[in-house]
Design a binder for this molecule. Structure first.
Ligand code: SF4
Length: 702
């Protein structure tokens, strides 16, 4: 960082998984301007309203600027001594699995790498999980089952080159606005391109839709099983592709065969005509993309839903080609970077498997670490259950606010109260989770942080520091490294963030004879200067792909033992949180256009509150009439897990008997609009991802 001299720093937006590049003007050590980076291939200069307002959310009000123990300011030395001693004592007394880290898709890859290395290679437990569990872990499990590795096959350019785009479980116009803008432009240039939106709500994304399937919530797997059956009945199969590059087709088709158009229409509560039109479109389009997000993943059968999507692409050969493929879009800026280094409790590192003894041996030899985790750790919901039961005694939460974002707030707060030690690293002074912290550690936020992120198209971009850390704030990787060293571990002596990245890249290359597509060998010898100047690049980056690789699986070779992609037969399941006479309304949740997560940053500027300034519950006019409520009236929303209060927004785009509430507000807001109070902590058994799109609630006028 050069102080005094005006300069331009290229960085990446702090918010969603689109990963837009930004150019930040800096003068006198302060950020003075921000525009979309025209050179960044993920956004080509575009930004959404959240990204455009990044500099309006960086003032120092409410920042945590020095370490604290029990509410008293202390030196870094004392704070890290204390955390290291406490962790060591607890591990000595109760064993390695009595401690846990709960981290975040807001961390940079280097932060994630150090946290994972400490927990899995030195403490020796799998107990590190991330809020990305809530975002895309179902997509990860499905890719792993189908392709043998957690690999997103597509690139953003495919969205512009396709004939047909199915958007399912995604309100991209609000949640991934720059991708929506790219789709909008592509459709203008190529009016023959068709867009289909499949969603229980008629969202802003439908403005671009040629066809809209307003299906019953939770019925997506039936929709895609029906599509697979339709393909087989209407010459839509690519039999050569199936024969050469896949296995298990017959079993998947057998499971889908009963899903006739008539049965799917009845099950999904849509018309036969609408369904047939969309199935026919998929069948006849040479190229098709299925773009999916939280509406698919956040389900008690999310992995299966993803699997049915992948099955349709494999069956029709619409994968590994321009404009074709199943394309999951992550919510957070670095959800994919976390996946690469093993930030999920069921992974090891560099896409190696935690329960594979050869992989355990490989990672331990690379790290030269004293131990290695040999079994899965506790996934997010399970982790907090174990805190509540006392099985886990100490937790270190980094860059996330689980009291607001995890389902069943009462359970999460009880778990944190029970915990012997709660350490929280964050950049803000107060939030609902920090209220439970025994130790608060000030971490650098976006603009001060320095490292890399990987976006939804496998593109690694630099998030560069444009200003110096405020107060005593330190980078997360440095904080974790200090604690690791004080716990008595060697292997944490990185002088510079580029050294951390290099070690991560070298691990992806280590004894990787092609068994893993995640190969950053082309970046494993970067100097600090080259790392600092690194231009956005999509992995794999290796001898075969020195400039990175936009689209993978073009050769039809997958990372399964047979080299073939696997069809997975799916029996569609309905959501497990069911309505009843006591709780008759289905509760859906999601993001608004102008807010991010629990609003600790976007809540700082009035400019972003203009779009929606308070927690609303969106409700069908007929339901509003029956409840005798109008716009802006207050409603109490009661579930078996808790209660919230929100203002009414009458919205004919809702289905009857179903309501929608944004995820952003917390209990501190006057109207008490914390939606996570209203969900049970029910998860997909394979991915551990929570069912956050379907609750059961009762509504009453306040
Ligand atoms: Fe940031 Fe996402 Fe908006 Fe791009 S689309 S500017 S990454 S919030």
């Amino acid at each position: 960082i050069k102080t005094g001299e005006p300069s331009l720093i290229q960085s990446t937006c702090a918010y969603c998984g689109v990963g837009c590049g930004v150019d930040i003007g800096v003068a006198d050590g302060k950020a003075t301007s921000l525009v979309g980076s025209a050179a960044h291939p993920s956004n080509y200069g575009r930004l959404c309203v959240k990204g455009s307002n990044l500099l309006n959310t960086i003032d120092l009000t409410g920042r945590l600027l020095s370490p604290e123990i029990a509410g008293e300011q202390v030196s870094w030395d004392k704070a890290t001594d204390y955390v290291a001693e406490q962790f060591n004592d607890i591990i000595k007394k109760y064993g390695k699995d009595s401690v846990a880290f709960y981290v975040s898709g807001q961390l940079l890859t280097e932060d994630y790498y150090i946290a994972n290395k400490l927990m899995k290679g030195y403490i020796g437990s799998g107990n590190i999980d991330t809020n990305s569990r809530l975002c895309m872990s179902s997509a990860v499990s499905a890719y792993k089952r189908a392709f043998g590795e957690d690999v997103v096959p597509c690139t953003y350019q495919d969205l512009e080159e396709t004939d047909l785009l199915l958007l399912t479980g995604s309100n991209a116009a609000w949640t991934h606005p720059v991708l929506y803008q790219r789709i909008e432009r592509a459709k203008k240039i190529n009016p023959a391109m068709k867009v289909v939106v499949i969603d229980p709500r008629k969202t802003a994304t439908c403005e671009l839709a040629d066809n809209f399937i307003q299906l019953k919530p939770g019925t997506d797997a039936a929709f895609f099983n029906g599509l697979l059956h339709f393909l087989s009945e209407n010459q839509g199969l690519d039999t050569d592709y199936i024969a050469q590059h896949t296995e298990g087709f017959e079993q998947a088709l057998t499971q889908a065969t009963s899903w006739t158009v008539t049965k799917v229409a009845e099950f999904c509560q849509v018309s036969i005509e609408e369904l047939t039109t969309v199935y026919q479109l998929f069948c006849s389009s040479e190229k098709a993309i299925t773009f999916y997000s939280m509406g698919i993943n956040q389900s008690s059968s999310g992995v299966d839903k993803c699997q049915t999507i992948i099955n349709c692409h494999l069956a029709s050969g619409k994968i590994g080609k321009a404009g074709s493929g199943p394309f999951s879009i992550t919510g957070q800026p670095n959800a994919m970077g976390g996946r690469e280094v093993g930030g999920l409790a069921n992974q090891l590192a560099a896409h190696m498997d935690i329960d594979n003894p050869q992989h355990q041996d490989k990672v331990q030899r690379f790290w030269q670490s004293p131990t290695i985790a040999n079994k899965q750790g506790a996934k997010a919901i399970d982790l907090f259950d174990k805190l509540a039961s006392g099985e886990i005694k100490a937790v270190w939460i980094m860059a996330t606010n689980p009291v607001v974002s995890l389902p069943n707030r009462a359970k999460i707060t009880a778990a944190l109260k029970k915990c012997e030690l709660v350490v929280v690293s964050d950049c803000v002074e107060q939030n609902d989770t920090l209220a439970f912290a025994d130790v608060k550690l000030p971490a650098t936020p976006w603009l001060e942080k320095n490292g890399t992120v990987t976006n939804s198209e496998r593109r690694i971009s630099r998030q560069r520091n444009a200003v110096l850390p405020a107060g005593q704030a330190k980078h997360d990787w440095q904080i974790i490294q200090d604690v690791a060293t004080k716990m008595g571990f060697s292997g944490f002596d990185f002088d510079d963030v580029s050294d951390v990245f290099k070690e991560h890249a070298q691990l992806t290359q280590f004894e990787n004879d092609g068994e893993r597509l995640l190969d950053l060998s082309g970046l494993s010898q970067l100097t600090a200067k080259e790392y600092n100047e690194l231009a956005p690049i999509q992995w794999p980056v290796n001898d075969a792909n020195p400039e990175g690789c936009a689209r993978v699986y073009a050769d039809g070779k997958f990372n399964t033992p047979s080299g073939k992609a696997k069809f997975i037969p799916v029996k569609p399941q309905l959501p497990l949180q069911k309505t009843s006479a006591e709780f008759p309304f289905v509760l859906n949740s999601g993001r608004l256009r102008d807010q991010w997560h629990t609003m600790t940053r976007t809540g700082k500027t009035n400019k972003l509150s203009k779009h929606t300034d308070k927690p609303y519950l969106y409700l069908h006019p007929t339901d509003a009439k029956a409840l005798a409520v109008q716009n802006d009236d207050m409603l109490s929303i009661t579930a078996s897990t808790g209660q919230a209060i929100a203002h009414v927004k009458v919205d004919a785009k809702q289905r009857l008997g179903e309501c929608f509430m944004p995820i952003h507000w917390n209990q501190n807001y006057a109207s008490h609009g914390n939606v996570s109070d209203l969900y049970q902590s029910i998860v997909d058994p394979l991915s551990g991802q929570a069912e956050s799109k379907q609750g059961a609630v009762a509504l009453g006028k306040k």
